[in-house]
Design a protein around this ligand. Sequence first.
Ligand SMILES: NC(=O)c1ccc[n+]([C@@H]2O[C@H](COP(=O)([O-])OP(=O)(O)OC[C@H]3O[C@@H](n4cnc5c(N)ncnc54)[C@H](O)[C@@H]3O)[C@@H](O)[C@H]2O)c1
Length: 409
Amino acid sequence: MSDLQARVTTRHRAFHVEGYEKIEYDLIFVDGVFALDNPELAASYCPYGRALMVVDETVDGLYGDEIRSYFHHHDIELTVIPVQIRETAKSLDTFERIVAAFNSFGLVRTEPVLVVGGGLITDVAGFACASYRRNTPYIRIPTTLIGLIDASVSIKVAVNHGKHKNRLGAYHASQKVLLDFSFLKTLPEDQVRNGMAELIKIAVVGNAEIFTLLEQHGLDLLGSRFGHLHGSPALRSVGERVTHQAIATMLELEAPNLHEINLDRVIAFGHTWSPTLELTPPDPFFHGHAINIDMAFSTTLAEQRGHLSVEQRDRVHQVMSELGLALDSEHLTPELLSEATTAIVKTRDGMLRAAVPAPIGRCIFLNDVTIEELADTLVLHRKLCLGYPHGGEGIDMFTSTTTYGGCHA
Ligand SMILES: NC(=O)c1ccc[n+]([C@@H]2O[C@H](COP(=O)([O-])OP(=O)(O)OC[C@H]3O[C@@H](n4cnc5c(N)ncnc54)[C@H](O)[C@@H]3O)[C@@H](O)[C@H]2O)c1
């Protein structure tokens, strides 16, 4: 605060208010969250004798019978709001439909809403809970890899507005998060791949051990759904180690800064240019591919700046490519980089704060990157990408209407 601001504030101040919101929630590992003998859910809803569940329609199709049996067994009346969700439906329209369902149900103030599905449904329904009567409690059961290791770990909820990613949202922690990785057995491979990008993120800037495990076992983890579809007990235990460590590292980094007062955030690696990139194609990119393109480019930039060696840069690109994640896109142009820089600088209070690896497992923030440097780096990055196996299918393969991801476009 400048001297002038301080003098003005003190002169006109009649009252000064300070308040602190305590945030606490548990993340509970459960194997079979809807197994009849799992008490975690029933304990939360027995006092009300009923439960309102917002669920991804696809997840309801796969697990609906099991879920209904669970609540029936515990004598809890279940009301289901199935939502057909995709990135373009992460919108105020969907938010309003969910709020209308809260009204019809006659939600009581302390009654927690149950939210079941991937990052899309937990983001939209979570935002509805944050807004409904300003603060409605909720319990999350994530069913995708992104949800399990990232979206449901954080307290951020949001909807998109037009082409602006997560433009409207809130910080609203759920009462608890039930983490059941056995949901991965039904998750299509392209969606698991999508989540691998978030694991690469935390590994490359926050935890070198996870990175090594991904180099060694990434493909097997992807194919076996982290050992939940098939694979040996040893592979399942590697999967548990990777996911547990990823969550632990994320919480270590984020818990002291849940409201993002400090805008230098390590886990924003891959989220500098991707928020603009993700919604650029008419069918938006899968979130994982969008952030991966940003991370791959940021890694090239970091090497150019001397923060990691050529050998480390190539290891990062290699892991991404092996897992079938996009390293580049025809939409990643100097114009887009310039537009995305302008947008993110506004979000980050006037500075770029681009998180990049320095070296693998650690992070540095760049603030002095010029548009010319970005354009030059893009030329080099494009050349490097030619060295990785080409999927050849073009850009559509990474967007949310397709079911397969390849190496780069
Ligand atoms: N709040 C946060 O901090 C945070 C963090 C990371 C990502 N996100 C957001 O998460 C969103 C992406 O989430 P996502 O990748 O989980 O996508 P998603 O919610 O769209 O789920 C992906 C697809 O998998 C299907 N599905 C979900 N669970 C399934 C299961 N167990 N078996 C079979 N199919 C299943 C869904 O129907 C959907 O088609 C993005 O909008 C992103 O911005 C938020």
